[in-house]
Design a binder for this molecule. Structure first.
Ligand code: HEM
Length: 342
């Protein structure tokens, strides 16, 4: 069965990554310091678990609560003009998509402000059991530019319990980090549905076409149904799992569609800093339509074994030097290793 094969292959690959990381940290510790220093990605996972009141056995350290659906992706002709990536050549490829709530709290109410930004992780099935992923959030920007600053931010949040003296560590951090302040304070009203929420890639990638022409860009995943949010009164009445419950009901009536595009970088844009959003005046290349048709019957079982990565790439798409992007796979592999018990 293709889905199980996909999961088996990615687990093998990630086990190797986790073992390699473990060996690396042992070697580093033996060579330098008697006290083994934890890597920044490992400290990030520790802090995410701590903030979620975890670790919660079997769950992701972040984006713990989710739902997995299937469907297909149909590229536009413009997609192949941007990149020679296999899934942009047509006619269409199967996809596996996981929508999620932020935080590592597995039973977080979907309308809780901490559940936002929500996540979308898309796996495109390619030939020969290969695959490639897009992993995005419903806010156009990351709070900080580097993994080190993300760790400082999360540690400041952890040290700012209700009884912490003013200014709290997080207040001090936000005062000197405007992007983090905007991320923390911009209104992010709870969506009516996962199907009515726009998602943003945040990190930049380099796209190369068959002629060898390359452009930096960022993904946008825009709902065909439009961007619709709950009113404050509706948030009050929302049931704890309203997003997870609504999606199967909506899919029973018909497919859910998103338009995927790439926003192209202009001269002077921050390519390696995902905390700076690019303006809406930027040129966009329409990549194609994501058509989602059904929730996996065994979504809860499958999601435990699934592991997405923003660096699961295919020829024609390469990472930028954004340090947050480059740190993500290590953090995800550590989280996977812990949740599947390796
Ligand atoms: C250094 C920065 C970041 C860290 C440390 C981090 C950490 C994590 C961890 C530990 C997981 C759970 C992985 C797993 O167990 O499979 C996760 C999942 C996720 N992250 Fe991040 N993340 C970072 C940046 C980002 C960014 C920039 C985005 C999007 C623009 C993002 C979107 C997501 C999404 C959507 C998921 C859920 C994937 C799924 O459904 O399996 N993260 N993150």
């Amino acid at each position: 069965m293709p889905i199980l094969k996909m999961i088996q292959r990615q687990r093998d690959a990630l086990r190797i990554t986790v073992s390699a990381l473990a060996l690396l940290s042992v070697a580093t510790a033996q060579a330098a310091d008697p006290t083994p220093a934890k890597s920044v990605p490992e400290q990030l996972v520790d802090t995410l678990e701590q903030l979620a009141g975890g670790p919660h056995a079997g769950y992701r350290a972040n984006h713990a609560k989710g739902i997995v659906v299937t469907g297909s992706f149909t590229p536009t002709p413009a997609a192949r003009g941007l990149s020679k990536a296999e899934h942009f050549q047509g006619p269409k490829v199967p996809v596996l998509v996981r929508f999620s709530d932020t935080t590592g709290v597995p039973n977080l109410p979907d309308a809780n402000p901490n559940a936002s930004p929500h996540g979308i992780a898309i796996r495109f099935q390619l030939a020969d059991n290969e695959s490639t992923d897009i992993v995005s959030i419903s806010y156009n920007g990351f709070p900080v530019a580097t993994p080190e600053d993300f760790l400082t931010f999360l540690n400041a949040v952890a040290a700012s319990r209700a009884d912490a003296p003013k200014p709290t560590p997080v207040e001090t951090f936000l005062a000197s980090h405007p992007a983090a302040k905007a991320f923390a304070t911009d209104p992010k009203p709870a969506p009516v549905s996962f199907a009515t929420l726009p998602f943003y890639g945040v990190n930049s990638f380099s796209f190369t076409n068959a002629k060898g022409e390359s452009h930096y860009g960022r993904y946008r995943i825009i709902p065909v149904a439009g961007d619709h949010r709950l009113s404050p009164a509706e948030v009050e009445k929302a049931t704890p799992n309203y997003l997870m419950d609504e999606l199967p009901q909506r899919l029973a009536k018909g497919p859910v569609k998103f338009k995927i595009s790439v926003q192209l970088a202009q001269d002077g844009d921050a390519i390696t800093d995902g905390s700076i959003a690019w303006g809406d005046d930027h040129k966009e290349v329409a990549l194609g339509t994501l058509t989602l048709t059904k929730v996996l019957a065994n979504s809860a079982t499958i999601e435990k074994q699934l592991a997405f990565s923003p660096l699961r790439l295919t020829g024609g798409i390469a990472p930028s030097a954004d340090p947050v992007l480059l740190a993500r796979p290590a953090a995800y592999a550590i989280s996977l290793g812990r949740r599947i018990g390796k």
